[in-house]
Ligand binder design. Structure first.
Ligand code: NDP
Length: 453
C-alpha cells in the first residue's frame, strides 16, 4: 500500500470507526486510484477522494410496527444518499438483521462507481433496515414496509432518490412500499424500481442482475476466444440473483451445480436443470422455504449444513471452471479463493456485492483469474432499473427483447470501459483497476464541473 493510501485510510478509519466493510470498500478503490491521482493531480488538489467518501446525506430513523399478536417492534431504518454528481441517488434497500450503518455505507459507496459504469445518469445511494423478513407473515411484512415508507417518503422522489430491492426486498416488498408512497404523496411516479409489470415495472428487471453477471462472464471469456458452453459453475445464494444466474447459464449451455442459503448448501453433480430451477423458484419465492428441501426432493443432490467451526466454505471446494458468488459480502475468504483456484476455477463473476475478501481478490488478480468485481459484473440490475426509470418518464414500456438487448449492450460497454482503462494504465487483466478507475472518472469530472458542493 502506498504511503498516500495508508495516510488516507487512517483518516477514513478515524472518522468512521467500527465500519469494517466501509473501510474495506474504500481501501480497494483508493488503492486502484493511486494511479489516476499520480497522473492527474487536479483530482488531488480538488480533494475528490476526501469528498467522495463522505455521504452527501445520511438518514437514520425509527421504524415502529405491530406484529400479528399486537406486540410492538422497533427497527432502525436507513438511507445513505452518497453521491448525486451524475444523477438522482439510486440504489437498493436491504432488509436483513445484519444491516448497520457501515454495511449500507459500503454498499452506497460501491453503488456510485457501479452506476457510473452503466453509462446511465444515476447517482449512488443505498438503504434498508435491520428488519428480518424471514418467518414473518405477509401482513407483518406489509405493516413494516408501510411504517418504513411513512418516514422515507419525505426524502425520496423520481428526480431525487429512487430506491430498489436488494437482499430481503423483492417484488412483494416493493409493492407495499410503492403503495404507501403513492398514498402519502398522492402521486403515481417512478419513485421505486423493481415494480410489478402491471404498474410501471420493466420487463427483465427481476432477471437483470443474474443475467448481467453471466453476460459479463461471457464477455470476459469471449475476450480470450472462449465461451460458457459446457462450463461447470458454482453458484451461491438461492435468491433473486442466484436464480436468474442459473437461468442464463442454462441458456448459454453451462451447468450450475450448487445453490445455498444462510443455513447450508446443496451440491448437485448432475446439474440444476430447468425443472429443478423452477422448483427452487417456487420454494424460495412462494413457499419461502429452505434450500435443504432441494436435497429432500432431488435425491441425487447432497445437502451440507453450515459449520461455523470450519475455516472455509465447502461450496467453493468442488471441481468447476466458473464461480458466481450471489449471496452476500465476504462469502469467499482467502482459503475459499485458494480452493477455487486449486479446483480449476478461472472465471469469477460477482453477482453479490463485495463477496470476496481483500486477500482473495489479490489472489485472483495475481493468479490471472478472469475476475469480474461486483461493481462491474452485477451492474446489470441497476442498469435495468435505470431503463425502468426511462420507461416511466416516457410512460411507454419496452418489449422484453428490447430491454434484454439494451442490458447486453450495457454489459459489453462496461467490459469495454474496463479493458480500455486496463490498457491505458498498463494493468492488463486487472478488472479491479478497470472498474474502479472506469467508474471514478465520470463522477470525479462531474464533481469538479459542479463546484464545491
Ligand atoms: P435475496 O434476498 O433474493 O437472496 C439472498 C440470498 O443470499 C439468499 O439465498 C440468502 O439466504 C443468502 N444470504 C443472505 N445473507 C446471507 C448470509 N449472511 N450468509 C449466507 N447466505 C446469505 O437477495 P439478492 O439475490 O437480491 O441479493 C444477493 C446479492 O446480490 C447481495 O449481495 C446483493 O447486494 C447483490 N445484488 C443484488 C441486486 C439485485 O438486483 N437484487 C443488484 C446487485 C447486487 P437466506 O434466505 O438464508 O438469508
Amino acid at each position: 500500500m502506498s504511503q498516500f493510501v495508508e495516510e488516507f485510510m487512517q483518516k477514513v478509519k478515524e472518522k468512521n470507526p467500527a465500519q469494517p466493510e466501509f473501510h474495506q470498500a474504500v481501501e480497494e478503490v483508493a488503492e486502484s486510484l493511486a494511479l489516476v491521482l499520480e497522473r492527474y493531480p487536479e483530482y488531488r488538489s480538488e480533494k475528490i477522494l476526501d469528498r467522495i467518501v463522505e455521504p452527501e446525506r445520511v438518514l437514520i430513523f425509527r421504524v415502529p410496527w405491530l406484529d400479528d399478536h399486537h406486540e410492538i417492534h422497533i427497527n432502525r431504518g436507513f438511507r445513505i444518499e452518497m453521491n448525486s454528481a451524475i444523477g438522482p441517488y439510486k440504489g437498493g434497500l436491504r432488509f436483513h438483521p445484519s444491516v448497520n450503518l457501515g454495511i449500507l455505507k459500503f454498499l452506497a459507496f460501491e453503488q456510485v462507481f457501479k452506476n457510473s459504469l452503466t453509462t446511465l445518469p444515476m447517482g449512488g445511494g443505498k438503504g434498508g433496515s435491520d428488519f428480518d423478513p424471514k418467518g414473518k407473515s405477509r401482513n407483518e411484512v406489509m405493516r413494516f414496509c408501510q411504517s418504513f415508507m411513512t418516514e422515507l417518503f419525505r426524502h425520496i422522489g423520481p428526480d431525487t432518490d429512487v430506491p430498489a430491492g436488494d437482499i430481503g426486498v423483492g417484488g412483494r416488498e416493493i409493492g407495499f412500499l410503492f403503495g404507501q408512497y403513492k398514498r402519502l404523496r398522492n402521486e403515481f411516479t417512478g419513485v421505486l424500481t423493481g415494480k410489478g409489470l402491471d404498474w410501471g415495472g420493466s420487463l427483465i428487471r427481476p432477471e437483470a442482475t443474474g443475467y448481467g453477471a453471466v453476460y459479463f462472464a461471457a464477455e470476459m471469456l469471449a475476450h480470450k476466444n472462449e465461451s460458457l458452453e459446457g462450463k461447470v459453475c458454482l453458484v451461491s445464494g438461492s435468491g433473486n440473483v442466484a436464480q436468474y444466474t442459473i437461468e442464463k447459464l442454462l441458456d448459454l449451455g453451462a451447468k450450475a451445480v450448487t445453490l445455498s442459503d444462510s443455513s447450508g448448501y446443496i451440491y448437485d453433480e448432475k446439474g440444476i436443470d430447468r425443472n429443478k430451477l423452477s422448483y427452487v423458484m417456487e420454494l424460495k419465492n412462494v413457499k419461502r422455504g429452505r434450500i435443504k428441501e432441494y436435497a429432500d426432493k432431488f435425491k441425487e443432490a447432497v445437502y451440507t449444513p453450515v459449520d461455523p467451526s470450519k475455516d472455509h466454505n465447502p461450496l467453493w471446494d468442488h471441481k468447476a471452471q466458473c464461480a458466481f458468488p450471489s449471496a452476500t459480502q465476504n462469502e469467499i475468504n482467502k482459503k475459499d479463493a485458494e480452493n477455487l483456484i486449486k479446483n480449476g476455477v478461472y472465471v469469477v463473476s460477482e453477482g453479490a456485492n463485495m463477496p470476496t475478501v481483500k486477500e482473495g481478490v489479490k489472489l485472483f488478480v495475481d493468479k490471472g483469474v478472469l475476475y469480474g468485481p461486483g461493481k462491474a459484473a452485477n451492474a446489470g440490475g441497476v442498469a435495468v432499473s435505470g431503463l425502468e426509470m426511462s420507461q416511466n418518464s416516457m410512460r411507454l414500456p419496452w418489449t422484453r427483447e428490447e430491454v434484454d438487448q439494451r442490458l447486453q449492450m450495457i454489459m459489453k460497454s462496461i467490459h469495454k470501459t474496463c479493458t480500455d482503462v486496463m490498457e491505458k494504465f498498463g494493468t492488463p487483466g486487472n478488472y479491479v483497476i478497470g472498474a474502479n478507475i472506469g467508474g471514478f472518472l465520470k463522477v470525479a469530472d462531474a464533481m469538479i464541473d459542479q463546484g464545491l458542493v
